[in-house]
Design a protein around this ligand. Sequence first.
Ligand SMILES: [Zn+2]
Length: 197
Amino acid sequence: MIKIKNLSGACQHCGRAIEFRAETAGMTADCPHCGQPTELLLALPPDSNTPARTKAILFTIVALVILIGGLIGTVLALKRAERLSARHRESAAKANAQIVPPPANPFAPVGFSVSPVTLEQSQSSAIVHAVGKVRNLTNRQRFGVRVQLELLDRNGRKIGEAKDYQALLEPKAEWPFRALVVEPKAVSAIIRGITED
Ligand SMILES: [Zn+2]
């Protein structure tokens, strides 16, 4: 034997409690209190339901904000770590640069030292010279001194050669050489060798 339990709802007009049988749910009946026709609906406790949903939504939003904030924080932390490590690498490089002595004079074995080479264009024409200085480090005269230069393009590739000649270089004297550069794409030059007769 099945006992049909009465359900309870509220009048849509006066709001007072109405009891009705389960099979009449959804039907319209006159309210026993105010006499107005009302749908027989299960009373959903709105006061406890709606705030719970709102709370759930709020919690979801808060969780998302925390999650997104966390992600942004992580990305920022990673970037910061990258910057820091880059800075560390830089300072390490600087420290190394301070420790490592300047490159030894490669021409010391042949008794010369050289300055950096620059390319100079004369004001009146398009003629370019590679200029620099070669010093005789010895106490003897040097005869038939030749400087050989390697011409480099914008990418540091060798694209040609230049040379200059000095018949006599006195002891400890400095020779300001000027080597004609015929390669128009040359942007820099390095001394490849120094020889003497
Ligand atoms: Zn009513």
